[in-house]
Design a protein around this ligand. Sequence first.
Ligand code: C5J
Length: 222
Amino acid sequence: MVWRVKAKPSTYQCDEQSTALIMIDMQRDFLEPGGFGEALGNDVSTLRPVIAVCKDLLELARESNLTIVHTREGHLPDLSDLPETKRNRGEPGQKIGDLGPLGRILIRGSSGHSLMPELAPEKHEYVIDKPGKGAFFATDLHGILERERVTSLILAGVTTEVCVHSTVREANDRGYDCLVIGDACGSYFPDFHSVALKMISAQGGIFGKVTNFLEFSRAVSE
Ligand code: C5J
């Protein structure tokens, strides 16, 4: 079944056999008080509206039998995969690896590192742990997508201008056809969010195309 999604700058076309949903970093560390996002001085409540849209998107992807990949940004407890430059960012006591209300900040296995319970992965879905902002860097995401014969990616998650953007750029360079669901992405900075989406779809869709959940669900149910 071919889906034709109304998008910017033009209609996006894909089919369910070769399409994956990539749900980026919907972790407590970014969305809940006491995590990494708040340690960086952000108001994490700005991201809350995205959870419900991501939940609807995940349900639609499950009903459509898409390949589903969840990503989590985080580091090994011994910090061996954490570059010094990244470790040094933030206020003393609030850096990656320090102990916060949700456990060690952005460390694999701590409660802050886990995915939001509303968006918990199902058994057969992929969960990619990534040390960087882009989901292809230092992970086997590309291999997984090749094995699943995926060529089209539907992207959502947080934050729009950081990990979503980095992943879209990496995916585009690897030849994936990307569609970003704008209202299923969020940023602590509303102006960054809208500019980041424009940067993706500008210049003829230089990194990919952008739509919203309503348009995507319309195309799926047509
Ligand atoms: C950030 C992310 N914002 N998942 N990570 O540091 O976007």
